[in-house]
Design a binder for this molecule. Sequence first.
Ligand code: PLP
Length: 454
Amino acid sequence: MKNNNTSSVGRFIEEYRSSETLRLHMPGHKGAFGYEDDITEIKGADSLYAANGIIRDAEAAVSKLFGSRRTFFGTEGSSQLIKGMCFLALNHYRLKGGTAEHPVILAARNAHKAFICASMLLGFRIRWMAPENDFSLCRCKITSEDLKKAITECDKADVAAVYVTSPDYLGNLLDIKDLAQTAHEEGLLFLCDNAHGSYLRFAEPSLHPLSLGADMTSDSAHKTLPVLTGGAFLHISENAPKGLEDDARNALLMFGSTSPSYLILRSLSEVPERVKKEDYVRTSKDLAKLRKELESLGYLFYGNEPLKLVFDLRHSALSGEEFGDAMRTHRIECEYSDPDFLVTMWTPFNNFPEDCEKLFKAAKALLPEYKKSSVQKPELSTHLPKVKHQPYEVLYRPHFTMKVTDPALPGHVAADALISCPPAVSPVVAGEIIDENAIKILKYYGFETVEVLR
Ligand SMILES: Cc1ncc(COP(=O)(O)O)c(C=O)c1O
């Protein structure tokens, strides 16, 4: 039966299911176990990396919703799209006549592991930006001044793009408008890891990096929209250089499976039907109110992203991890914690006002613990380790494991970006010389071992 309230992909799947066709194709479950909708690229179902049917139509509807020139679906998260986005930037650099064998991408230091992997796989150099202010692993508050300085410090002919992460895991939004303008004045592409910020399109006014000047964004739609885990959008801006999209499907194919999940594709395609701007605006207001109520109890918060409430524990005797454990005793599971912060993520698909009341009640009960003042925490510097090799230069080099407490560790070269997921942001990047400051940071964030080059 035709369901007009669903997307092109949804309609196809429903029609196929109700046609009771004999399934002599993959996947092996044949629609049993409740998996009827999990189909594959059969006739009429289009093909993700050569889309010209129902997937292409669904992408066009999402593109319209986000105001992009083109939007491409991905089923393997921003981890896939970030690599594809970097490939497109390098491709553009070469088409423009760039000749560096290993072009540079200027990047804010709090980049996700996928970006380091992109350097390894695509062979670009990374020039990090880490302005001097107090350190936090997930944050890197660069300004256009920092960007201008970084550009003057490198050979511009080698630079392919600028890459930032906004929002970060702690709910900080960068001034994308200013940063993108600076990049563009210098003739550089501006890329944004917007894994946490798909929903910013539905803020009033839109705070989506695409609306603020980014040329390309990778959105983990699954993090903040009603999309299945893995579902992601690669957006290319109306104002981006023409032709940037021409190789997008190939770029994503290189880093993705040739068997994309139709369950994920369907959920991506249904975003235009399922998402209502007014719901996101109302949820932002509800959370602003909850934040005020918690502040009046004595809690401190961090970041300015509308749908994250990030408890600031830098002055509390409790660490973020301990506060997260305490929340679990009230049957509340939060998104992420580290020594200083506890991150909660919300969308209109929470229950309002019940969920706010539940958090408020738990926070009220935990207040005496939260208020006990902290023992002195170590000062961490944003000073970056010296780079001995670029990540792509160490990819195949033999390595071994060392304890972070080993007195012989300083001076060794990191072999890998450490992954601890979340947040998959590493204190030392492959190819960097591990120094005392890096060791202090590794210990602070609870890393016990590190891979180093032989
Ligand atoms: C800032 C950031 N970028 C990229 C990613 C990767 O996204 P995905 O899990 O969709 O692959 C994450 C995942 O948590 C992230 O936090």
